[in-house]
Design a protein around this ligand. Structure first.
Ligand code: PEP
Ligand code: MG
Length: 902
């Protein structure tokens, strides 16, 4: 049995055995090296140790059974192919040991070059290189340095000091001025450093070097930076890395050698052409390290025409083969071109759209594939304004790009001041150490938010993203002093009222005003740019791909909007109705007084008076919205939050009353208010008197809203328009609640509608877990369901939606309890299951039941795919996310399993 297992567990693949589709097993680099090998491109021979071997190693702390033998066998075959033996004293084979996970994690894991060099083979290498001693000793010192750092955790700066010392002694700052003797001496110095830190001599045995290097690459999967990068990029933590063992080729053998990178199109703009850099007489890491200046790839034509022509030919072949932008690493060893790596290249959001469009034009891919190759996160990025940056502007600090966009404004330090200045028409940036729910009004009022603490899931970041507001979080160079209304950074003091500019994409903070420009893509969505006429390739590509998404998608996309202006914008952005009109804002501002009257009403007459005064105001609100959404459905939700939210806070009121009493003023009204606030105070307002409960407790409140909605619909329709209202009852947990509200509403509707032809639907939110679990019953009384996934997440997890993200989610993310906040992206297994159950049982009870979602998740790309799979009819999201949801709804249809556009 054990023997059988060993045979089955194939941990090592020769390049000729793999292909590009084996990324799970061979990692991206290994799979693509195999693909190039099989295409007949000149890839140095080698083999790949699988991610399975890595996973087994990480799980047990030792190499799995059979791995050592398989490595031996592949090494022997490599040696045969090359006609050299690893570390042979006279004519050594050297190998590189390179990490390579399924998803590219640039620079996050380890590489060791020149494995196989030792005190004897360094001489053989020199002979092999035609007596080039300098080259051989330089290669050896690189091995000790890389091996020491990577495999044995020797502090890298000790090696740096030693080489700096050697250069100083030589009176130079250039590595190339160190000759063979200097480098031989440096090797001695490096070996001493190695021995001092490890308590052993630098290993001379080539196979031991190889095994230790492989082990170090396995372990680098769990290096801190790799863990952080994966979390950021949402790469699963359990994939492991493959290890590629590749015969070394050398770009540092003289002027006829060199190394470079190439892109088959411009990864920044998507423009067609030859892009890349080349460095003569250098090894790969020199290009990245920026030790010497590279030349544009085109120069290679002059330097080595044969290699250049060959490279161009391979680039064309690779692009045709992968049908996508490829990036390539290559080395030229004495006039012989070697392909060291290729992959479908990373690109900017703009380039992703442009390239997808070009490839369709070139007939390489169809529109389904083009749609698959872009995503909503990229589109969202393209919709934010950008700074016009040139050399003049140097950032003073850099934090985390928490919510994209470019914002400029006057610095304020409190929410109240933000509201005040914004009310005067000023653009403000709210600067805090970190934000909390009390800052919400200030965040809404501000153009951008800047904090000195907190990461991507801090309160500031999460709330700002939800609002589509620019945010830089965790700019820890800022010393924020709120009481003194100032912050200091880089020795400068910034006071309230000073201007700063923040870039929520890059996390950079600038003092003063950096000019910004609106996104071309938003101008297109707004109808300001004609996609047929513009010569902007990005706008043309977005237009084309969006058109295809719209044609493909099954999900409708509505918007969450409660003003005419938002409704109008969302409609321009492609919204097909309103999925959530929250009516609470209609109780704010100068209407507070009426709400106070309603709450304080001592008699039925007083209460009815207050409601009667609110009725025409509400009707006017709805008329505006129905007009903007003419012909499209509008879901109006009856008031949801507890009424005391519309009264002043308890403490403030108590202080005001006490002060006024002290002064002997007449405070009868304030006292009554204070008593009401005390009476209505709740320990858990989110679980208290809100939603349908409020409608059942306060007579006439929902009735007034139902009347206002219906009257508005009738008025718009009689005036020649077409209003399609859907009245939605919040926070229902039991069908009896809905039945009670519905019975009253239907009477009013019947009375108001008359012969106008207006049809009013009545449905409910599904946002209490009990509602999801009794959806079959509730569907009997509901013409539609809309999933309120914000509350459903809150109550499903028992997470206070106002508190937890800022309070402790960082720890949950760190522990991997979830990879992303469940308030941001739907928790498919738990909350998503509630959605699925409710959808299935609701539809079973009432075939054709209309189903939508209006929680924040309606605009989240991954969640949109989930809602598609559950069979909802629509998603509803904030206006700005409507295009993103349209795109993702289309992608959900064309997405084929197993492919990944990361
Ligand atoms: C929800 O709970 O998902 C929802 C849309 O309602 P609100 O966010 O207003 O509570
Ligand atoms: Mg809700």
């Amino acid at each position: 049995m054990a023997a059988q297992q060993t045979v089955d567990n194939k941990y090592v693949y020769d390049f000729a055995e793999g292909n590009k589709d084996l990324k799970d097993l061979l990692g991206g680099k290994g799979a693509n090296l195999a693909e190039m090998t099989n295409l007949g491109l000149p890839v140095p021979p080698g083999f790949t140790i699988t991610t399975e071997a890595c996973k087994a190693y990480l799980a047990t702390g030792r190499e799995p059974d059979g791995l050592a033998d398989q490595i031996e066998a592949h090494l022997e075959s490599l040696e045969r192919g090359m006609g050299r033996k690893l570390g042979d004293p006279d004519d050594p084979l050297l190998v590189s040991v390179r990490s390579g996970a399924k998803f590219s994690m640039p620079g996050m894991m380890e590489t060791v070059l020149n494995v196989g060099l030792n005190d004897r083979s360094v001489i053989g290498l020199s002979a092999q290189a035609g007596g080039n001693d300098r080259f051989a000793w330089d290669s050896y010192r690189r091995l000790i340095q890389m091996f020491g750092k990577t495999v044995c955790e020797v502090p890298g700066d000790e090696f740096e000091h030693a080489i700096d010392e050697a250069k100083r002694a030589k009176g130079t700052s250039n590595d190339l001025d160190l000759d063979a003797d200097d480098l031989r001496a440096l090797v001695d110095a490096y070996k001493k450093i190695f021995a001092k830190h490890t308590g052993r001599e630098f290993p001379q045995e080539p196979r031991e070097q190889l095994d230790l290097a492989i082990r170090a690459v396995f372990e680098s999967w769990n290096a801190d930076r790799a863990v952080v990068y994966r979390r950021q990029e949402r790469i699963p933590a359990d994939l492991g890395t493959a290890v590629n063992v590749v015969a070394m080729v050398f770009g540092n053998l003289g002027p006829d050698s060199g190394t470079g990178v190439a892109f088959t199109r411009d990864p920044a703009s998507g423009a067609q052409g030859i892009y890349g850099d080349y460095l003569t007489n250098a090894q790969g890491e020199d290009v990245v390290a920026g030790i010497r200046n590279t030349v544009p790839l085109q120069e290679l034509e002059r330097i080595d025409k044969k290699s250049y022509d060959e490279l161009l030919d391979y680039m064309a072949r690779l692009e045709g083969h992968y049908k996508d932008l490829c990036d390539i690493e290559f080395t030229i060893e004495r006039g012989k071109l070697w392909m060291l790596q290729t992959r479908v290249g990373k690109r900017t959001a703009a380039a992703a759209f442009v390239i997808a469009g070009q490839l369709v034009d070139e007939g390489l891919i169809d529109l389904d594939e083009a749609l698959h190759r872009v995503n909503g996160a990229q589109l969202a990025q393209l919709m934010f304004p950008r700074f016009k940056l040139d050399h003049e502007f140097e950032p003073v600090a850099r934090g985390i790009g928490a919510s994209p966009g470019a914002a400029v404004g006057k610095v304020v330090f409190t929410s109240a001041r933000a509201v005040e200045l914004a009310g005067e028409g000023e653009a403000v940036i709210l600067v805090r150490r970190e934000t909390n729910p009390d800052d919400l009004n200030g965040m809404i009022a501000a153009k951008g938010i800047l904090t000195s603490r907190g990461g991507k899931t801090s309160h500031a970041a999460v709330v700002a993203r939800g609002m589509g507001k620019t945010c830089v979080s965790g700019a820890d160079e800022l010393d924020v002093n709120v009481p003194a209304k100032k912050f200091t950074v880089a020795g400068q003091t910034v006071n309230e009222g000073d201007i700063v500019s923040i870039d929520g994409t890059t996390g950079k903070v600038y003092l003063g005003e950096v000019p910004a420009m609106p996104s071309e893509v938003v101008r297109y969505f707004e109808g300001e740019l004609d996609p047929e006429r513009t010569d902007d390739p990005l706008v043309r590509a977005v237009h084309r791909i969006m058109g295809h998404a719209d044609a493909a998608r099954r999900l409708r996309v509505r918007t969450n909007a409660d003003t005419g202006a938002d409704a109008a914008r969302a409609r321009r952005f492609g919204a097909e109705g309103i999925g959530l009109c929250r009516t609470e804002h209609m109780f704010l501002g100068d209407r507070r007084e009426l709400v106070e009257r309603l709450i304080l009403a001592g008699t039925d007459r007083e209460r009815e008076g207050a409601l009667a005064a609110l009725l025409p105001l509400q009707r006017a609100d709805f008329i505006e919205i129905f007009r903007e959404m003419d012909g499209l459905p509008v879901t109006v939700r009856l008031i949801d939050p507890p009424l005391h939210e519309f009264l002043p806070p308890l403490e403030q009121l108590a202080v005001n009353v006490a002060v006024a009493q002290e002064r002997g003023e007449d405070v009868a009204k304030e006292e009554a208010l204070l008593a009401a606030v005390r009476r209505m105070h709740e320990e858990n307002p989110m679980l208290g008197l809100r939603g349908v409960r409020l409608g059942l407790v306060i007579p006439g409140l929902f009735a007034m809203q139902v009347r206002a909605i219906t009257e508005a619909a009738v008025e718009v329709t009689r005036a020649g328009g077409s209003a399609c209202p859907e009245i939605m009852v919040p926070l229902v947990g039991a069908v009896q609640e809905l039945e009670t509200v519905r019975a009253e509403a239907e009477k009013i509707i019947a009375e108001v509608v008359g012969d106008s032809g207006v049809e009013v639907l009545i449905g409910t939110m599904i946002e209490v877990p009990r509602a999801a679990l009794t959806a079959g019953q509730i569907a009997e009384a509901a013409q539609f369901f809309s999933f309120g996934t914000n509350d459903l997440t809150q109550m499903g997890w028992g997470f206070s939606r106002d508190d937890v993200e800022g309070a402790f989610f960082w720890r949950y993310l760190e522990l991997g309890i979830f990879g992303i906040s469940p308030f941001e992206s739907i928790d498919r297994d738990g909350v998503g299951r509630l959605v699925r159950i409710a959808a299935e049982e609701g539809r079973a009870a009432r075939p054709g039941l209309k189903l939508g979602v209006c929680g924040e998740h309606g605009g989240d790309p991954d969640s949109v795919h989930f809602f598609h799979s559950v069979g909802l009819d629509y998603v509803s999201c904030s206006p700005f996310r409507v295009p993103v949801a349209r795109l993702e709804a289309g992608r959900a249809v064309v997405e084929t399993t197993g492919s990944d556009s990361r």
